[in-house]
Design a protein around this ligand. Structure first.
Ligand code: HEC
Length: 209
């Protein structure tokens, strides 16, 4: 085609674009979709699912995450705690009590630390993996009125890592708990009648010191 022909076509294309843009700008205010504030029609029984979405996945027991927890990663997580806690043997209490040997120890055991009534009232109760995980997930929910000003570690992987590391800061580290039995389908490797002993496994996986 000659250049005149080309210019003519290019001109029309350009004009079309300008026109489209113009229409777009003018109609934007009129036709812009407004996000629905509510589902426009309710489906019985479905609402819950729509609101929760796929992100809310049931958390597994902490033993599951401990099975693959890395103490090295836990040491990095502990930076969030280090402003208030020392985890060395014989280390001083800070804003929070010394944490050396805390895994498997008992609540409120640090000498010379002024615990809140909330935590002090639990004195003597063992700090099992599960108890520590629940405390670190949400100190406020675990012991309402306690004075650890820390929102909590919502990720179970982070809690498992920091607990695995804290466990190394101990004169007698605990063995990591066995991963929960229900994770392994009983029929996979063993005959059906072997399922019974698996079910009889103790529910409390964390040994208490
Ligand atoms: C802002 C300061 C602060 C931060 C950050 C903090 N803590 Fe604490 N922690 C405290 C205080 C204060 C207490 C005592 C709470 C009470 O008496 O109510 C405490 C108590 C504890 C206890 C109970 C100790 C015992 O003797 O029974 C554990 C375990 C613990 N913290 C672990 C952690 C870990 C792990 C982190 C980091 C993920 C963390 N804390 C972050 C201040 C803090």
């Amino acid at each position: 085609m000659d250049s005149f022909e080309f210019n003519k076509i290019a001109g029309w294309v350009l004009a079309a674009c300008v026109l489209l843009l113009g229409i777009n700008i003018v109609t934007d205010g009129v036709f812009k979709p407004h996000p629905l504030e509510k589902q426009s029609f309710a489906i019985a029984g479905v609402e819950e699912e729509v609101v929760a979405g796929p992100a809310v996945e049931a958390e597994k027991p902490i033993a599951f995450y401990l099975a693959s927890a890395s103490p090295e990663k836990g040491e990095a997580v502990f930076k969030k705690c280090a402003a208030c806690h020392n985890a060395d043997q014989g280390g001083a209490n800070g804003i929070g009590p010394n944490l050396y040997g805390i895994v498997g120890a008992t609540h409120a055991r640090a000498a010379g630390f002024g615990y809140s009534d909330a935590l002090g009232g639990m004195k003597g109760k063992p700090w099992t993996w599960d108890e520590l995980s629940a405390w670190l997930k949400s100190p406020k929910a675990y012991a309402p009125g306690n004075k650890m000003s820390f929102a909590g570690l919502s990720k179970p992987e982070e809690r498992a890592a920091v607990l695995a590391w804290l466990n190394t800061k101990s004169a007698s580290p605990l063995p990591l708990p066995a991963a929960p039995a229900e994770e392994a389908p009983a029929a996979e490797a063993a005959p059906a009648d072997a399922a019974a002993p698996a079910e009889a496994a103790p529910a409390e996986t964390a040994p208490t010191a």
